[in-house]
Design a protein around this ligand. Structure first.
Ligand code: GUN
Ligand code: ZN
Length: 432
């Protein structure tokens, strides 16, 4: 691949704004040189073009170039569930999500949904995602095959449950072991794909199933783990009833060795201090899904408590309980919910960008992604304000870089995603 120089306003967070001031780096008239899929140079355009005068230039002045978004919690079979508002978690699962997930038994239907899902990711500027899969191995083969074709970085796994859902979504622990092992062998570490052991949540998994999850993690070093945690009051009470020996929800997963640096647990809206302490110590990540938390009425996320305890937090859209695939919108929703929360954490645009990009890359072990420092994989998104729109007016006249970045989170949508790149390759680009 020949080297390519891109010219745009560039934002990224090579630092962590939860720990450092000046974590945000901005190049107002920036240049990024991509060679062999990696960032070869980054700085003001005038400097980069002086150093690399022969590099071909794509002139995106007036546009923005950000690291690709990393969505750490999103359900592939739930694309068409989006918009089913008005119910709390357990009713929403029963009435909306699970009947749709049962349709994934049909492989033609599963392929259609997989394509809708992957297309939505690239069109929203998402370059990497941790994806809750389907309950059917056949649907997961289709999903992984299509994910490989998409060029995206995808972590996913067969969803495992043996109780409390629709019977057609249940598998025995023995089947779960066999099917998951087969999928891990076939897909984990192939191209950009990684596997995550994925029990749906403690409520829908017996102890025998959680033991299988533990075995899968032990037998397959490098695979990740994902599930749900402390999302909803009724859910938490039911988990306490089913696992009377567990002091709290997290203890269920801990008992089976499932809480570590490769674990991503979604929601955690109602944690105890002890759980936060143990999550921090384990190095696992909480996928914060603010739109879903609001849509299902799950509760207000304690960002400040997570930060104070040192728990790693990243962002997830939680499609279809959430409100769509846009990670900019999710960052804005995180900000808005913190504004309304008692003792809410005051998120700056730098925090929002970090949560939507580098925090996710770190959570998923994608250490060569998440920001645009030299040597990183060239995973980025081209965001273009359209002439005559409010976003164009605001960004053109923004009095500071922070204001321009905040305006992207506030006003930009999928309509503004002009291109999405992974390892310097186009995974989506609008027609010229
Ligand atoms: N808990 C168990 N399954 C789900 C799901 O599909 N969505 C959400 N938000 N929470 C869950
Ligand atoms: Zn979820």
């Amino acid at each position: 691949m020949p080297s390519q120089l891109y010219r745009a306003t560039i934002f990224h967070t090579p630092g962590n704004p939860f720990r450092e001031v000046n974590a945000l780096e901005v190049f107002a008239d920036g240049g990024i040189l991509v060679e062999a899929g990696r960032v070869a140079a980054l700085g003001e355009f005038s400097d980069i073009t002086r150093r690399f005068p022969k590099a071909a230039v794509r002139d995106w002045r007036g546009s923005f170039l950000l690291p690709g978004f990393i969505d750490t919690h999103v359900h592939f079979p739930q694309v068409r569930v989006l918009g089913a508002l008005g119910e709390p978690l357990l009713q929403w699962l029963k009435n909306s999500a699970l009947p749709e997930e049962a349709r994934m038994a049909n492989t033609a239907y599963a392929r259609m949904i997989a394509l809708e899902f992957l297309t939505a990711l690239v069109r929203h500027g998402t370059t990497g995602a941790m994806v809750f899969g389907a309950h059917f191995a056949s649907a997961m083969e289709i999903f992984f095959d299509e994910a490989a074709r998409s060029g995206l970085r995808i972590v996913s796994g067969l969803v495992l449950s043996d109780q409390c859902l629709l019977p057609e979504l249940h598998v025995s622990p023995q089947q779960a072991y066999k099917l998951s092992s087969g999928l891990i062998k076939r897909y984990h570490g192939h191209g950009e794909l990684l596997y995550a052991v994925t029990p749906r949540f403690a409520l829908s998994t017996s102890e025998a199933m959680l033991e299988v999850c533990q075995t899968l993690m032990q037998e397959n070093p490098g695979v990740l783990f994902q599930s749900h945690l402390n999302e909803n009051g009724d859910e938490i009470r039911e988990v306490a009833r089913l696992f009377p020996w567990a002091g709290d929800y997290l203890a269920v997963y801990e008992r089976f060795g499932l809480v570590g640096v490769r674990s991503v647990l979604a929601h955690n809206v109602h944690p105890t201090d002890s759980e936060l302490h143990r999550l921090a110590r384990s190095g696992s990540t909480v996928a914060h899904c603010p739109a879903s938390n609001a849509a299902l009425g799950s509760g207000l996320f304690g960002m400040a408590r997570h930060v104070t305890h040192g728990v790693r937090v990243a962002l997830g859209t939680d499609v279809g309980a959430g409100t769509g695939f846009g990670m900019l919108k999710e960052g804005l929703q995180a900000y808005l919910m913190q504004r309304l929360s008692p003792n809410g954490f005051g998120l700056t645009p730098a925090h929002m960008l970090y949560l939507a990009t580098r925090a996710g890359a770190e959570a998923l072990g994608m250490h060569d992604a998440g920001d645009l420092s030299i040597g990183r994989s060239a995973d980025f998104v081209h965001i273009k304000p359209r002439d005559g729109t409010v976003l164009a007016a605001v960004t053109r006249h923004a009095e500071s870089a922070d204001h321009a970045l905040a305006a992207l989170f506030t006003l930009a949508s999928a309509d503004n995603i002009a291109g999405t790149f992974v390892r310097g390759r186009v995974v989506y680009e609008e027609a010229a």
